[in-house]
Design a protein around this ligand. Structure first.
Ligand code: FCB
Length: 481
């Protein structure tokens, strides 16, 4: 691909980071190797009916053993950076105590292999695989887990902090807190009403404590990844608009306000009612810790959500979190929906980003840490995966991102979700998000058309901006290598 005005690709500035993302439980497998302890996802997957196809991450993509092959794919793709997550139960099998050397050794090998390939590691410290032993003593419901998270972070930073230039503390605390503890569709799979608010708070506190540890011990950039939703009322009625305001607090403001505005949402009583009345788990000084300055905010974006008012159907205040809000994932207009049933409306990505930048002027520069689509891919008779719908999705969203930047939003990077087809949580292996297909019988990797398309986009970007190809190398913090 040559650079020029006829290029079909959106334009990004020189120095913009392009990457691909994965997460430990979704790809690593090797669930019982080298001293890894059980996580809440190991437990959850074994509970009947939790995972659509009855599977688990026990083997997944076997990335734990095949990481050199996966790094070769990243290198050939030409990405600047790779976002992966570190499994806490590999580093501390029970979430406490001294580190498990074999677990840290794996990430040490991974980081070195990435750097050797000229790819900047972007490490997420928590992508949902809490050590089961911590869940057994209260999990994120208790403050001690935030402190344990900071101690785990210190072990990881001591080993990898000299070589990892970008750190993400948490991935999508909304999912941990509310999908995990209120809706009950992620591990630990409970419906606990007000306890989910305490979980959200302890996640934020853990994030702040971990940020301080990283700041003291590493030279890398530090951020947190959120999944702020673009929420739109189903109708213009006062009831639907009020429900959307409550949903905005439930999904977004509960994290964004403490992180970037130094306050808890002023309308939380409207959202939570009596559930928020007695937050004894909030201590003086917590907001200062949570608001510790960051270098970046990671944003994961997939689709808009329509919100309608719905009557309370659950009379029990202990379990009735937000059941007066109905989230609708189909779109009223004529748009395509992905294999997840999610509407493809790229302009909502632009709107989300410009809206966040306007509402949170203190928000740090943005990295899009996930964006992609699940499609019903098949291998064609020619042996290739012609995933034109995924290419159209990525193209639309990258143009929408460029539009947001043209409107002044400070975005520094974009990571496609995902490098590989993988274990998609409650959907098991049925939903394929990869730009590389994984054959789950043979574990063979097959780059899809979207991989080749993204590779061409990156080559076009480098040709326009004079950037280095992968292999020419980012410079890690404290680089003596
Ligand atoms: C996000 C998760 C990621 C993946 C995508 C599809 O919510 O962070 O692990 O499952 O959705």
């Amino acid at each position: 691909m040559t650079a020029g005005d006829s290029s079909p690709f959106p334009r990004f500035p020189a120095g913009f980071t392009f990457g691909a993302a994965t997460a430990s439980y979704q790809i690593e497998g090797a669930a019982h190797e080298d001293g890894r302890g059980p996580s809440i996802w190991d437990t959850y997957c074994r509970e009947p009916g939790r995972i659509a196809d009855g599977t688990s991450g026990d083997v997944a993509c076997d990335h734990y053993h095949r990481y050199p092959e996966d790094i070769a794919l990243l290198r050939d793709l030409g990405v600047d950076s790779y976002r992966f997550s570190i499994a806490w139960p590999r580093v501390q099998p029970t979430g406490d105590g001294p580190p498990n050397a074999a677990g840290l050794d794996f990430y040490d090998r991974l980081v070195d292999a990435l750097l050797d390939a000229g790819i900047a590691p972007a490490a997420t410290l928590y992508h949902w695989d809490l050590p089961q032993a911590l869940e057994d003593v209260g999990g994120w419901r208790v403050r001690a887990t935030a402190e344990r998270f900071a101690a785990y972070t210190a072990h990881v930073a001591a080993r990898l902090g000299d070589r990892v230039p970008r750190w993400i503390t948490l991935n999508e605390p909304f999912c941990t807190a509310f999908v995990g503890h209120a809706i009950g569709r992620h591990a630990p799979g409970t419906r606990e009403g007000s306890a989910a608010l305490a979980v959200a708070h302890h996640l934020l506190l853990g994030h702040g404590l971990a940020t301080r540890v990283l700041r003291e011990t590493t030279g890398g950039e530090i951020g947190v990844t959120l999944n702020p939703d673009r929420l739109l009322p189903a109708t213009d009625t006062p009831a639907d608009r009020a429900a959307t305001d409550r949903a905005e607090t439930l999904h977004n403001r509960v994290f964004l306000d403490p992180l970037f505005a130094g306050r808890y949402p002023d309308n939380e009583a409207d959202t939570w009612g009596e559930l928020a009345a007695d937050p004894t788990w909030r201590h003086d000084g917590d907001l200062d810790v949570i608001g510790t300055p960051l270098d970046l905010v990671g944003i994961n974006y997939y689709r808009p959500i329509t919100i309608a008012a719905a009557p309370h159907t659950d009379p029990d205040p202990a379990t009735r979190t937000a059941v007066d809000i109905r989230a609708i994932e189909t779109w009223q207009g004529d748009v395509r929906h992905t294999a997840m049933g999610w509407p493809v409306v790229p302009a909502t990505f632009t709107d989300l980003l410009t809206d966040l930048a306007r509402r949170y002027p203190a928000m740090p520069p943005v990295h899009i840490t996930e964006n992609g689509s699940a499609e019903d891919d098949t291998v064609a008779p020619d042996g290739q995966v012609h995933d034109a719908d995924r290419v159209a999705y990525l193209d639309g969203h990258l143009h929408a991102l460029a539009d947001a930047m043209a409107q002044g939003v400070d975005v520094r990077g974009y990571y496609v979700w995902s490098l590989l087809d993988n274990f998609e949580w409650g959907f098991g292996y049925a939903k394929r998000f990869g730009i590389v297909r994984v054959d789950y019988d043979t574990l063979e990797r097959l780059p899809k058309d979207s991989y080749h398309w993204y590779r061409a986009l990156l080559a076009d970007h480098r040709a326009r901006t004079g950037g280095a190809a992968a292999g020419d190398g980012p410079t890690p913090p404290g680089a003596g290598r």
